[in-house]
Design a protein around this ligand. Sequence first.
Ligand code: NAI
Length: 258
Amino acid sequence: MTRRTAVSGAASGIGKALVQLLRAQGDDVVGIDLKDAEVCADLGTRQGRQDAVRAVLERTGGTLDAVIACAGISARVPAAVAVNFFGVTELLQGLRPALARADAPRAAFVGSIVGTRSGAPDVVDACLAGDETAALRAAAAVAAAGEGGTLYPASKAALARWLRRTSVTDEWAAAGIPLNAVGPGVVLTPMHAAHAVTEEQRRIVDRAVPMPLGGHAGPEVIARALRWLTSVENTHVTGQVLYVDGGAEAVLRGPDKI
Ligand code: NAI
């Protein structure tokens, strides 16, 4: 049966690979991105998210089988919090009623191995409180203190914690909607390329994210994991970050973490 799926970040990298994979199996996909997508919207703003939700609902008649949020930015600026955290959580929440109308609804987003790092606790707390104004204020203070590099990890850490508390609520698990994430290591996309221009930058990335199994992943590797998590085959996995990272999470957190 054809599944109807909305994918954010559809114009590049992981989202683009996922759209290709889903369309190749016959799914009906509505891509969301800043440009080059069926729905063009800025998920870094509340207005943009509301516009995106409305446009997706119009195109799909109000029912969706899956929503997969891939859009994100890695810049060391407060906008990373707006796009990566609120651009994911508000999109998922806005489209949740459309999922609830489907027979086998599923949702997922792209987290990151760096979400296992701690940092910028005020930003994380404000995100989890759902207070975007406070989150952006805290993020601006972090950036002004020269700690902008902690904002991207903080946005992903907040997402992982939001996932655990949200996935098991009445609105999601009890409504029959598995909600999960994939946490990649290094993925060969335009985002990664921007951080791996020089040999020294590549060394820094590889030290931060050791991937003993297979090395850097292509975007289709992450796309396949997202496809399974949001397929009808996934009946009982929810609230999980599935690290598709060549072993980075196990190396970094060590053998005693369970
Ligand atoms: P990418 O840069 O190739 O694609 C990201 C897409 O998101 C782009 O099409 C971009 O236009 C879109 N986007 C950015 N800001 C947006 C906004 N305000 N509104 C709507 N769309 C917006 O990057 P990539 O690598 O495919 O990243 C996808 C996800 O994977 C992101 O959430 C990223 O944080 C995550 N990730 C990527 C890793 C990597 O090594 N490439 C590693 C771990 C996580």
